[in-house]
Write a protein that binds this ligand. Structure first.
Ligand SMILES: Cc1cc2nc3c(=O)[nH]c(=O)nc-3n(C[C@H](O)[C@H](O)[C@H](O)COP(=O)(O)O)c2cc1C
Length: 371
């Protein structure tokens, strides 16, 4: 019975969605090598248009925040025009798509930004390594891995430029025909780097207390809602995540502070990734959900390790209003119909998750009857 909860319509801010299956943002690296989106991405998203809502892959608002080979940006007119072709495809297929606005901060390798040192709240390197740009003789396949570097501690002018870049990204997303935007405050990228105590050791008004650590988020939200109606703005956060060297002394209190800000500015939704403390979990868990629900009356989209029945249960039990699915969307373009009809899900080939062209991207078949 509870599966039916997933197929009830929902109003998120000022957007009506026909079901509560959300496509989670998935970086798939099919833009061109100048970070301009391609028509192939339009094909991919249109195939998935029966999701209640698609959140685009992380999309950089500024060249300094872009450290991923062939991930898309939205800082230029050329990129904005290219995105317009993609949102048109989704709308023609009957779908809705938000743009996830992204800046990687300390996780950008200097190789991507002309040898410059990346920026971050404090001079502390991310833990682990990431894909470097391809070598000159690159002919395809896996990219070389390199460790993260110590970032340059941002001064006020860097912060002002960052906030302005989010404003420009939001306005470009609107011009590109996105139905709304999602501020990427999760997964160890720049906003998260300011939010969490382990990565923010600043002595100024942006560091120290939780009130100070949420200040950048507050400024970014203000810049974004100056361009896009708050009823069409969401925020993604992962306050319990410890991946890439993240960590917070009190994730529950941080979550509550984030929720209060979202409430104050009337944001449409919070997209909460709870379970991923140090990797993918086997099933959903809810360490901070109740703290958020107590202070935020907008929509809560939960993410992480859900299947259809677990998603239906979570909505029925008011643990979430909608559920986003990440990995299942790679190999199941018709995920909504498959869940509805109880059909088995196809497994993704992760060799092509972050690299390639059509193969492992747009060539997964649809098997479910149309709903
Ligand atoms: C290939 C891949 C790419 C991802 N790219 C993004 C991204 O661009 N932005 C983001 O916020 N999360 C990204 N994630 C995280 C997913 O949105 C999601 O949080 C994660 O997969 C857990 O959900 P799931 O258990 O349904 O897969 C990515 C995950 C995968 C597997």
């Amino acid at each position: 019975m509870s599966l039916e909860a997933l197929f009830q319509p929902l109003t998120i801010g000022s957007l009506e969605i026909p079901n509560r299956v959300v496509m989670a943002p998935l970086t798939r690296a099919r833009a061109d090598d100048r970070h301009v989106p391609t028509p192939l991405q339009g094909e991919y998203y249109a195939q998935r248009a029966d999701a209640g809502l698609i959140i685009s892959e992380a999309t950089a608002v500024d060249p300094l925040g872009m450290g991923w080979y062939r991930a898309p940006g939205i800082w230029s007119d050329e990129m904005t025009t290219a995105w317009k072709g993609i949102t048109n495809r989704v709308h023609e297929a009957g779908g809705r798509i938000y743009c996830q606005l992204w800046h990687m901060g300390r996780l950008v390798l200097p190789d991507y930004i002309g040898g410059q040192q990346p920026i971050g709240p404090s001079p502390i390197a991310g833990e682990g390594e990431t894909m470097a740009p391809p070598p000159e003789d690159y002919t395809g396949g896996f990219l070389p891995m390199k460790p993260y570097v110590v970032p340059r501690e941002m001064v006020q002018a860097d912060i002002d430029q960052l906030v302005a870049a989010y404003g420009r990204g939001a306005s470009n997303a609107q011009a590109a025909g996105f139905d709304g935007v999602e501020i990427h405050g999760a997964n160890g990228y720049i906003i998260d780097q300011f939010l969490q105590s382990k990565t923010n050791r600043r002595q100024d008004g942006y560091g120290g207390s939780i009130d100070n650590r949420v200040r950048l988020l507050r400024e970014v939200i203000e810049a974004v809602i100056a361009k896009v109606d708050p009823g069409r703005v969401g925020l993604r956060v992962s306050p319990t995540s410890e991946r890439k060297g993240m960590g917070d002394a009190d994730p529950g209190a941080l979550t509550e502070a984030i929720g209060r800000i979202a409430q104050q500015y009337g944001l449409a939704y919070i997209h909460l990734i709870e379970p991923i403390a140090s990797g993918f979990m086997e099933k959903p868990v809810y360490p901070v959900m109740d703290r958020l629900r107590a202070v935020f009356s907008g929509t809560i989209i939960q993410n992480g390790s859900f299947d259809g029945p677990a998603a239906g249960d979570a909505i029925s039990q008011r643990k979430a209003d909608a559920i986003s699915f990440g990995r299942p969307y790679i190999a199941n373009p018709d995920l909504v119909a498959r869940i509805r009809h109880g059909l088995p899900l196809a497994d993704a080939n992760f060799d092509y998750a972050y690299i390639g062209e059509e193969k492992g991207y747009t060539d997964y078949p649809t098997v479910a009857p149309a709903t």
